[in-house]
Design a protein around this ligand. Structure first.
Ligand code: AMP
Length: 213
């Protein structure tokens, strides 16, 4: 099963993608996580990506597509995957489509988590992330057992630079101009499913599972 998560930054794509990954035993692939791991390890790719990420801008398609295609060609992806944060532009979606077409394959579901900008802004300021293992938390909705510490690996939780208020507003603007057109793109391919992202995350997940089962 090949799934794409769509929705504005802060809609809850990452959290839902992780839950889907666990339930359906398919890898969760987040281009944002791949970039952050590269930044942390001080790679050339990380240095290049950080220039864009810190400003709330998208990393150029050429670079992003190369990384994604490389990742989905791994053996653990043969039974499917859930993509979180990719594609984010029409050209990215087209490249993925062509790559799958060449393998006689296609995306099965594009799940759009629908949510208003105002709700997102208030949610994102409470978001906390673990840069060591990629786990995400929230000061109100997903509270770690010990404040400021990751339940999974014990590292310190931080407010990511790209979750800070001014960056969030920029990211929403970028989302509306560059990523939102993907909703029509996948609607035309008859694989789009929308869920109400303002509901509690367990309810959103239930709705998604009903669509997938
Ligand atoms: P995320 O963790 O998915 O919210 O991504 C964090 C940041 O990484 C984004 O704001 C972009 O700067 C960059 N990024 C992640 N995925 C992509 C993508 N598919 N295309 C371009 N930039 C991306």
């Amino acid at each position: 099963m090949k799934i794409i998560m769509l929705g504005a930054p802060g809609a809850g794509k990452g959290t839902q993608a992780k839950m889907i990954s666990e339930k359906y035993h398919i890898p969760h692939i987040s281009t944002g996580d791949i970039f952050r791991a590269n930044i942390k390890n001080g790679t050339e790719l990380g240095t290049e990506a950080k220039k864009y990420m810190d400003q709330g801008l998208l990393v150029p398609d050429e670079l992003t597509v190369r990384i994604l295609l490389d990742r989905v060609s791994n053996e653990d992806c043969t039974e499917g995957y859930v993509l979180d944060g990719f594609p984010r532009t029409i050209p990215q979606a087209e490249v993925l489509d062509h790559a799958l077409e060449e393998l006689g394959d296609k995306i099965d579901y594009a799940i759009n988590i629908d949510i208003a900008d105002e709700v997102i802004v208030s949610r994102m300021s409470g978001r906390r992330a673990c840069l060591t293992c990629g786990a995400t938390y929230h000061t109100e909705y997903i509270i770690p057992v010990k404040e400021g510490i990751c339940d999974k690996c014990g590292s310190e939780l931080i407010l990511r630079d790209d979750d800070k208020a001014e960056t969030v507003l920029k990211r929403l603007q970028v989302y509306h101009t560059q990523t939102q057109p993907l909703i029509d793109f996948y609607e035309n391919k008859k694989v789009l499913k929308s869920v109400d992202g303002t509901k509690k995350l367990e309810m959103v997940f239930e709705e998604i599972c009903t669509l997938l089962d």
